[in-house]
Design a binder for this molecule. Structure first.
Ligand code: NAP
Length: 357
């Protein structure tokens, strides 16, 4: 029996992109539950955040088995049920690797944990399938063939529609492709990677051949560098901010911000803020999100939010994307001064991302 429909999804002005080589359409901005759902945010406030997201075009939610030891998936599963949005109208992704409890087989990417971990995630999410299941990290203690076969199996069983990787090296992703091709198994479709104005080498240089050869997608995380690119850490650590509410997780990051290198990073954020305010009439956070979203290799930018206001504020980045002209992008490059050099071409002219001139 189909469930009664509560809220209808309305795409509004949200652009959609295909997730890598797959036919799955994902919104340019999606929403994740790391540290927030079941962490710093519980109960009705989670529902308010998710409802605001859905009402403003976001219909994709990212989770992981380990987020708040399973409670993040529980909170999201509960509120999606309570809101009564049709299952076909939204996309859920989750990630397997870290597990929710200790035990020799309760984590990693063995066939046993991929299957059992995903089944437990589905129970917490109150759904029969996730749209995409991610390998949250590579597992060097499991043969790659076992990993690819297990993800392929969960797809054939209907527990997931696609599989993907997170923070794998390009070489590991290539190995998974080779094995999938050799045995006629399902290939991964995307990489969930960190990408923002202060972290560029892997997503822009290391993965460049994957975009070209496999049209590999990306579901980008921490586009605001956990909040640094909002400017909220320019003058210390505010009480109600992630670096204070999750002290243990961010101890090293706070130490870094106090170092000379960290102070240089804050100076860059201040320069970017000046550019955003004077030339684009927006905040530095909008500029930072729009910059990642504009990248053609970005399939979706996963937002993180501790309130509905943050969701709404971040979605203002949609209006900033068209204002990032080549001249503005050049000014941003000058400020951040960290463009990865890319693979050598030995003096030959550059190719575009499809390998054409
Ligand atoms: N695959 C992986 O290994 C991996 C790793 C990390 C994240 N992820 C995924 O990516 C999602 C997003 O990552 P993230 O949370 O690190 O993203 P982020 O956008 O870099 O940081 C989000 C945090 O910044 C603060 N913030 C957001 N918007 C703000 C605004 N407009 N004004 C002021 N502060 C604002 C909020 O924290 P406070 O209000 O608490 O300061 C919020 O929780 C996660 O939920 C998860 O789904 C995946």
């Amino acid at each position: 029996m189909s469930q009664p429909v509560g809220i209808e999804y309305n795409q509004k002005n949200m652009p959609f992109r295909r997730l890598g080589p797959s036919g799955l359409r994902v919104p340019l901005f999606s929403l994740g539950g790391w540290l927030t759902f079941g962490g710093t945010v519980h109960g009705d406030p989670v529902k308010d955040i998710v409802k605001t997201a859905i009402e403003n075009g976001i219909n994709m939610f990212d989770e992981a088995e380990e987020y708040s030891k399973g409670n993040s998936e529980r909170e999201l599963g509960r509120v999606l049920k309570e809101l009564g949005i049709r299952r076909a109208d939204y996309v859920i992704t989750t990630k397997i690797f870290w597990g929710t409890r200790p035990g020799p087989n309760n984590g990693g990417l063995s066939r046993k944990h991929i299957i059992e971990g995903l089944k437990e995630s589905l129970e917490r999410l109150q759904t029969d399938y996730v749209d995409v299941v991610f390998a949250h990290r590579a597992d060097h203690n499991v043969p790659m063939e076992e990993i690819v076969r297990a993800f392929s199996w969960v797809i054939d069983q209907g527990l997931a529609y696609y599989w993907a990787t997170s923070e794998w090296t390009a070489r590991e992703i290539e190995e998974a492709f080779l094995i999938a091709e050799k045995h006629g198994l399902h290939k991964p479709i995307a990489e969930q990677c960190q990408h923002h104005l202060l972290h560029r080498e892997r997503p822009e240089a290391e993965y460049a051949p994957l975009y070209k050869k496999h049209h590999y997608g990306t579901t980008v995380f921490s586009a605001l560098a956990s909040g640094i690119l909002t400017g909220k850490y320019n003058d210390g650590i505010p009480e109600n901010s992630r670096f204070n509410t999750n002290k243990e997780n961010f101890k090293q990051r706070v130490e870094f911000l106090n170092s000379d290198e960290g102070k240089k990073q804050i100076a860059i954020v201040k320069e970017l803020a000046k550019l955003a305010e004077t030339e684009l009439n927006c905040k530095v956070s909008h500029l930072a999100l729009a910059w990642v979203a504009k990248n053609p290799n970005t399939s979706t930018v996963i937002l993180g939010a501790t309130s509905p206001e943050q969701v709404l504020d971040n979605l203002k980045a949609l209006d900033v994307i068209p204002t990032l002209t080549p001249e503005v992008l050049e000014k941003i490059e000058k400020i951040v001064n960290n463009k990865p050099s890319g693979l050598p071409t030995y003096g030959r002219p550059l190719l575009d991302r499809f390998g054409r001139m």
